[in-house]
Design a protein around this ligand. Structure first.
Ligand code: FAD
Length: 306
């Protein structure tokens, strides 16, 4: 049995072959994945992981694709996507904890908590990620991040074993959650607090307005390209180096926000990577600071997990 036949027989309609990745990312860039699996249950995910092990394939976990850049050559392995399943969440009986599966859009939780009069998620308004991606990236702003909300995670390892980690066992840092190698987040428990619905609504509206005014939201992008270095802002450094508007092919440093790169239409991953390298080089020359990418650049092969 070939690899494709084995996936087809184990996963039926959940697996697709030679699937373009661009539509699954906010950058709208990336070649084809050999195998693209969108499991709808833990059992289907376990079957996928068993095949990954059996054939020793590269694999990558994809949330809503808002912080990734796939290569033009695509991915020679299995992309496991949570965009089509794992989308349930519930408010627990304590009235303040949301239990959410990894595929739930962060925006759905922001809206739910607003209506429920729960505060804590406002800073996440406008973050176009999934719960799994937001936990893994410790997404947020200076007003708060996921590390401040997560009380517990359920994870699964490559062997298909499920386990929990409580807040005190989770190693969050700036835009990072250091998980065990090859761990996949299945569910998160987010601890909110009772709040005044009107205040929450106003705060969310204010945050969304500020994003609209300062970010290039009408063109495909992947949010902040670089992490802020300690004590400074990547956008300020890029702007100070005179790079706003710089362009390689259809990839351009946004005129509106210098820490965003936008796809002006037909940018290739190679264009974007070249622009990232140009910006890093120029900022280093200009300020002596080496910027570290926040966006995950995914090569054609060799990745195992995230
Ligand atoms: C317009 C715009 C604005 C943004 N604003 C912000 C912001 O204010 N603050 C901020 O922090 N980010 C921001 N981002 C970046 C991005 O939205 C966040 O990093 C988001 O949390 C990524 O979630 P995702 O589901 O899209 O993850 P993906 O991009 O799909 O994946 C990101 C990483 O998470 C891993 N991952 C995804 N799901 C899982 C899982 N279930 N288990 C284990 N690993 C997983 C992936 O393997 C990958 O390494 C912005 C992006 C855009 C496009």
């Amino acid at each position: 049995m070939t690899i494709r036949e084995a996936f087809q027989s184990a996963l039926g309609p959940r697996v697709r072959f030679d699937t373009p990745l661009a539509p699954f990312t906010t950058f709208r860039v990336g070649g084809k994945a050999d195998l693209f699996v969108a499991p709808r249950s833990v059992e289907e995910l376990q079957r996928t992981l068993a095949l990954v092990r059996r054939f020793d394939l590269p694999w990558f976990v994809l949330g809503r694709g808002s912080n990734v850049l796939f290569s033009d050559a695509g991915f020679r392995g299995v992309v496991i996507s949570f965009q089509e399943g794992f989308g349930h969440f519930t408010l627990l009986s304590d009235g303040v904890t949301i239990e959410a599966e990894c595929g739930v859009p962060v925006s759905a939780l922001v809206q739910f908590s607003r209506k429920a009069g729960l505060t804590g998620l406002e800073a996440a308004a406008g973050i176009p990620g999934s719960v799994g991606g937001a936990c893994f990236m410790n997404a947020g702003t200076h007003e708060g991040n996921f590390a401040g909300l997560v009380s517990r995670l359920e994870l699964i390892d490559l062997e298909g074993r499920r386990y929990h980690q409580n807040r005190e066992e989770l190693d969050f840092s700036y835009r990072c959650l250091a998980l065990r190698p090859q761990a996949i987040i299945l569910e998160a428990w987010l601890q909110l607090r009772p709040g005044d619905p009107e205040t929450i609504t106003k705060r969310i509206q204010g945050i969304l307005q500020r994003r609209k005014a300062s970010q290039p939201l009408t063109l495909p992008n992947a949010g902040s390209i670089f992490k802020n270095p300690p004590g400074d802002f990547a956008g300020r450094l890029v702007e100070a180096a005179g790079l706003k508007g710089s362009r390689i092919g259809d990839a351009q440093v946004s005129e509106r926000h210098a820490n965003f790169i936008v796809n002006r239409g037909n940018a290739s991953a190679a264009d974007i990577v070249a622009l990232i390298e140009l910006v890093r080089q120029r900022v280093l020359e200009d300020s002596g600071i080496t910027l570290e990418p926040e966006v995950k650049v995914i090569g054609e092969r060799g990745l195992h997990g995230h």
